[in-house]
Design a protein around this ligand. Structure first.
Ligand code: ZN
Ligand code: FE
Length: 239
């Protein structure tokens, strides 16, 4: 069993705090140390594992400070070890990462960056997908190709639909505007976008979402082929 708690960091990032029923604690993508340390210290000052999805500063900038303070183990992509904080565990597709008695498997999900990875806690139906997929969106193709992003999104689409999707940013409201522009006739999207507007009007988080909702409404996840995804991504970049 794992519980997941959002820790908002920087302007619109989420660091995700994971607590296993055995008491183990992990943090995903600590882009800032202080807000994470404040939560950890209030809960007993334990941090066992730091899980990194990719090398961008808004996902790793707090990692070294948290490792030094709590003695946590740093986990990240072997492919990007040269530009991540020094890793205690370098992982690749299919590897498993333990957090107490829970464990995740690693998906290699290039597209946003070359070495981007995602973590899937299978038993808990938890997906931590960094900047590869967002609620109603996907990451910009900063290093990878549309074909790579398409293959990465297919890996997410193959997970159980009840999977909870924990992405790296609160981008949902602007993603919803583009999604409605790109696929205006999707009734599932219209309902999802209305929920998002309500949540944001109340200042509430829109993340996590469910994979079922993304499969029904996210135009990037729904793109039938690489060319469609490439076209959507190019239009979103200019939107
Ligand atoms: Zn990024
Ligand atoms: Fe980011």
């Amino acid at each position: 069993m794992i519980t997941v708690q959002a820790i908002p960091v920087l302007s619109d990032n989420y660091a995700w705090l994971l607590r296993d029923s055995s008491g183990a604690v992990a943090i995903v993508d600590p882009g800032e140390a202080a807000p994470v340390a404040a939560v950890l210290d209030a809960a007993g000052g334990r941090l066992d594992v730091i899980l990194l999805t990719h090398h961008h500063g808004d996902h790793i900038a707090g990692a070294e400070e948290l490792r030094a303070r709590y003695g946590a183990k740093m986990v990240g992509a072997a492919a990007d070890a040269h530009r991540l904080p020094k890793l205690d565990l370098s992982v690749a597709e299919g590897d498993r990462v333990a957090v107490g008695t829970s464990s995740a498997h690693v998906l290699e999900t290039p597209g946003h960056t070359r070495g981007h990875i995602a973590y899937v806690f299978d038993a808990e139906h938890v997906l931590l997908c960094g900047d590869t997929m967002f609620a109603l969106g996907c990451g910009r193709l900063l290093e990878g190709t549309a074909a790579e992003m398409f293959a990465s999104l297919r890996k997410f689409a193959a997970l159980p639909p009840g999977t909870m999707v924990y992405c790296g940013h609160e981008y949902t409201e602007s993603n919803a505007r583009f999604a409605l522009h790109a696929t205006p006739d999707n009734a599932a999207l219209q309902a999802y976008a209305a929920r998002v507007r309500g949540l944001r009007a109340r200042g509430e988080a829109t993340v996590p979402s469910t994979l079922a909702d993304e499969l029904a409404a996210n135009p990037f996840l729904r793109a039938a082929d690489v060319a469609t995804l490439a076209d959507l991504r190019a239009r979103k970049d200019k939107f």
